[in-house]
Design a protein around this ligand. Sequence first.
Ligand SMILES: [Zn+2]
Ligand SMILES: [Zn+2]
Length: 378
Amino acid sequence: MKLFRFLPVVLCAFLLTVQVLAMRVQVGLFTDATHATYTVTARYGSCEVRSRNGMLLRLEENQEVTLEAVSGNVRVKSDGRVYGVFAMVRVHPSAATHQALVADGRFSTGCHDDVIFKVKEVGLLAINVVELEEYVASVVESEIMSGETPEMIKVQAILIRTYVIGNLQRHAKDGFDLCDRVHCQVFNGRDRYQENVRKTVRANQGKVLVGEDGKLILAVYHSNCGGQTSRASDTWSEEVPALQSVVDTFCRSSKHANWSKVLTRSRWEQYLSSKGIDCNDSMVACYDTDSDSLDRICCIMDLQKKVVRKDLDLPSAFFSVTLQDEYAVIAGRGFGHGVGLCQEGASVMAASGVSADDILMYYYCGTKVVKYKPDRKR
Ligand SMILES: [Zn+2]
Ligand SMILES: [Zn+2]
């Protein structure tokens, strides 16, 4: 009797898990440039090349096919033979362990899952249709150093999953979900898969981070906050409840904790003049670099530091400037925009035994980790 009472609950949980696992992400490959041609090589086994009407050819290991945009269609050519032109071509690795290596003439991406080729006005598109958790594992690997703890892998997986599900419409007008560049999240396919990353991501599957309103948060993160994260409203002029400023003592000895850049005084004054600022000797440091209580958002005269960061290509907007004889010394902390989770701080916390959920709740105010429900509002 008890079994029957709990059966609907068990069945419901099972179906939800299946639904999340079945989600697929369409990733546009090599989206930083336009392409007229791609080469696909069967690597680690064979691949089938199909049109909408059926199979065109089978590539055995190391065999390749060239796909070219010709008059609005995709021309398929292999071993000197042209197989015809088609509206859409799909390359399908014949087994889970097989891989298609897609190359654009500069780079290549290893794809275990299907790759679709079709012509758009911008050229020939290559789209890898990747199962959600496989995609998450691949991006996690791009984002973390090898040898990270399981808790840090979980932290990164939850953020990437939250970001993906919340941004599936980002490239809708381009014909895919997300691009493979830093604009969305860097995706390098599955070339560098580490088994421990894959296993940890699988064990953590479906988990996302939501705010007090139950909606997926804006899951932004950066390398090193320099000791204090930045409020979203200070960096992007948009108030986001989960993205407040928190003090972070964990990243102060990490790789990107401190940096400096030296300009000649004339170069610095020239820059300020170009921004309409009168130069004089009263430019002083905005903060003491030894202090733990810092003001990230103060200006140099009337010039916002985030503007200086962009103009001078600085690692962060968390810095002071002092004039020393003929030089302007820019001394700063951290790396990145400073909003949301600090990866180097989180890594230290994880290594000292703090759980992934607690780390996330520390950096993102008023949030909690939940299992994603497909009907959850984004
Ligand atoms: Zn993008
Ligand atoms: Zn930090």
